[in-house]
Write a protein that binds this ligand. Structure first.
Ligand code: ZN
Length: 302
């Protein structure tokens, strides 16, 4: 990937992915890589203070990995579960905000990677909620494996059963709140971007919970990670560019500048999570990174 297109805050995610790829290589002598992987995991799982982001949407994740509570008078949605070891922190955050685990009716997932789906099995057990995911990620979730690195224990997650499949454009309703699934495959086969609408100071906003479009450990060439992955990425970029949202939320803090925005929010005034252009700017940058990585893997000189 060419660093010139990467916003500085994203670098730590990329560094971590480099660590992951070393672990995936599974060279027996690379004890250092495993140690460094464990340290990164611990860092990602640092506790964080939960807070209301906008309207009925609350941040209940760890310092690095987002989990989103979307509340309604008829029960709540919980999107993503962080690492397996994040579940107790997410549960504590939900309680700290005054909400009950038993009121969570639907568990949603952005994608079946251990750092976003790892906590779902425990969260499902403790809430009794139904897990909704797309068909493309069902197998990974139910086997607890990482697509393309199925035998790498470090990248595995506790298996969790999917109760309902989400189709593209399908809406899931609780009370007066709808969460809409947008199938945005590539990063994983079932990568799902979710949207909802909120009111802030009487003004309606569209919120996007972006899945991911990074290449991460995926093979694009000469053999595709899964048949059609390149076409999936390309369709997904098109789809995301046609999706308009003025509140950009994601599953890694660096993607959307989480904590600096939170600090600004504490000062009052206009909600810093509202930004009409940030989401498309991010997607454009990600698309450039994808195209460069595709060319690199295809062996074309830059
Ligand atoms: Zn991922």
């Amino acid at each position: 990937m060419n660093a010139s297109f990467i916003k500085r805050p994203m670098l730590s995610v990329l560094r971590t992915l480099t660590v992951l790829s070393v672990v995936v290589a599974m060279e027996p002598a690379l004890a250092d890589a495993s140690t460094s992987f464990a340290a990164t995991r611990a860092q990602w799982n640092q506790p964080a203070e939960p807070f209301r982001v906008i309207g009925n949407i609350y941040y209940v994740g760890t310092d690095e990995l987002a989990a989103w509570l979307v509340t309604t008078p008829n029960g709540h949605f919980l999107l993503d579960g962080g690492l397996p070891e994040s579940a107790p922190l997410i549960e504590a955050n939900i309680r700290k905000l005054g909400f009950r685990l038993a009121d969570i009716k639907f568990l949603l997932n952005s994608h079946a990677h251990f750092d976003h789906s790892g906590g779902l099995a425990k969260l499902k057990q403790d809430t009794g909620a139904q897990l909704i995911a797309s068909a493309g990620d069902q197998e990974s979730l139910e086997t607890g494996t990482y697509l393309g690195s199925e035998r790498v224990i470090e990248l595995s997650a506790p298996p969790v059963k999917v109760d309902q499949l989400a189709a593209d454009g399908q809406e899931f309703q609780l009370g007066n709140v709808e969460m809409t699934a947008h199938l945005t495959p590539g990063h994983t086969r079932g990568c799902t971007t979710w949207t909802t609408r909120v009111l802030d100071m009487g003004v309606p906003h569209t919120v996007v919970f972006y899945c991911s479009t990074s290449v991460a450990l995926n093979r694009l060439a000469p053999t595709e990670q899964y048949p059609g992955i390149i076409a999936d990425y390309q369709r997904t970029f098109e789809q995301l560019m046609h999706l308009s949202a003025d509140v950009f939320l994601a599953n890694h803090k660096e993607f959307f500048n989480l904590w600096p925005k939170r600090e600004t929010q504490k000062c009052g005034g206009t909600n810093p999570f509202i930004n009409a252009t940030e989401f498309h700017d991010f997607v454009l940058g990600s698309r450039l990174e994808f195209e460069q990585e595709l060319q690199r893997q295809q062996g074309i000189e830059q």
